[in-house]
Design a protein around this ligand. Structure first.
Ligand code: ZN
Ligand code: ZN
Length: 371
């Protein structure tokens, strides 16, 4: 019990609202309950979803601890925890779902409606947050809130890495890689020898490219306006990379009938329509990027009956992270899934505002905070 006393306080980056600077505060954390673990965070990526809150595009209660793409080391295990022990290296999944609804039972925890309600409310599924600051409730970003030295989570979302992947690289597996590689392997179900279009080659897009290469796609076309991202995509396995401005004639040369699979990693109605338009008859278009609240698509139904296209979307890789992560780790160990070059600049927790600024500016690689 002596260890638990040390856990009453920890430092966290607190988000106060769009346009306001983060502050690093000593916060109060509830002790781990049955089935919970305490994770000492080693690396936390600043994800696009965090930036949606920072820019005010998602309205979330504040003050809030953001951060949901993290890796660290188990420090303490609560009662009833069997699968983890202190010292284990883990990646956090941000889907501490209810475990009881139809979606959870079908192995789709990221689609769990109570989870999404909780994410909107800035809490865990049971409505609590387990965090407070000077007696006031602190909310949790994406049902996780790991931009902190320590976080208490259910053991179900602390997924062991085996300890052979550097933690700053493993952090990427917790959101960007599961989302991007999962979109290809578990949502689109890309087949060997097929053609794939990837619209948007940011953090998640680079993992979509790698997923397509891992799936054995023969043609992988990337569309992105940023030179550096197109160059990186070519290194990660893209066969062609185009600026959207020069797309017209080029796509007809590469895939005259359209591509078998088109993944829209941007999630804007214009990019979804572009992806759908470049999908061949009978092919599949997948929305990967998060659309803005209130976004609407204006679609020609003939794309679906006369041309028999499929349009779908994916959330967090469309697979239970506990199932998907071991598959991704195996691809990392065999050198098929590359993480190192996607880690960007690192910042200590007390430089959180610089980290967020760098992420907003779109510096290459994932901006990492190392609490
Ligand atoms: Zn994320
Ligand atoms: Zn559920």
């Amino acid at each position: 019990m002596v260890t638990l006393l040390l856990l009453v306080k920890t430092h966290a980056a607190v988000f106060w609202g769009p346009g306001e600077p983060f502050t690093v505060e000593e916060i109060d954390v509830s002790e781990p309950g049955t089935g919970d673990v305490v994770v000492r965070m080693a690396a936390v990526g600043i994800c696009g979803t965090d930036l949606h809150s920072v820019r005010g595009e998602f309205r979330r209660p504040t003050p809030m601890v953001l951060g949901h793409e993290g890796a660290g080391v188990i420090e303490v295990v609560g009662d009833g925890v069997r699968g983890l022990a202190p010292g284990d290296e883990v990646v956090l999944s941000w889907a501490p779902s209810c475990g009881e609804c139809g979606d959870c039972r079908r192995g789709r925890p990221a689609a769990c409606v109570p989870l999404h309600r909780a994410i909107g409310a800035g809490t865990l599924v049971d409505g609590s947050t387990g965090l407070s600051l000077r007696g006031e409730t602190l909310y949790r970003g994406t049902a996780t809130g790991c931009l902190a030295e320590r976080v208490v989570v259910s053991e179900r979302v602390a997924l062991p890495t085996g300890g052979d992947v550097p933690l700053r690289e493993a952090a990427l597996l917790g959101c960007a890689a599961l989302t991007g590689v999962g979109a290809v392997l578990f949502s689109a179900g890309v087949r060997a020898g097929s053609s794939v279009l990837v619209v948007g080659a940011g953090g998640v897009g680079q993992f979509v490219v790698q997923g397509a290469r891992i799936a054995g796609a023969e043609t992988i076309v990337v569309v992105d306006p940023v030179d550096g991202r197109r160059e990186q995509a070519l290194r990660f396995g893209a066969t062609h990379a185009f600026d959207p401005a020069e797309l017209g004639g080029r796509m007809e040369e590469v895939a005259p009938d359209g591509v078998d699979y088109a993944l829209d990693v941007v999630g804007d109605p214009a990019t979804t329509e572009l992806a759908l338009g470049l999908t061949r008859s009978g092919g599949t278009t997948v929305i990967v990027g998060l659309p803005a609240v209130g976004a609407r698509l204006d679609l020609d139904p003939a794309q679906f009956n006369r041309r028999e296209k499929w349009l779908t979307g994916t959330m967090y890789g469309s697979e239970d992270p506990a199932v998907a992560l071991p598959i991704l780790l195996e691809h990392v160990r065999t050198g098929r899934l590359l993480l190192h070059d996607l880690v960007g600049p690192e910042y200590a927790l007390d430089r959180i505002n610089h980290a967020v600024e760098a992420a907003l500016a779109g510096v290459p690689g994932r901006v990492m905070v190392t609490p």
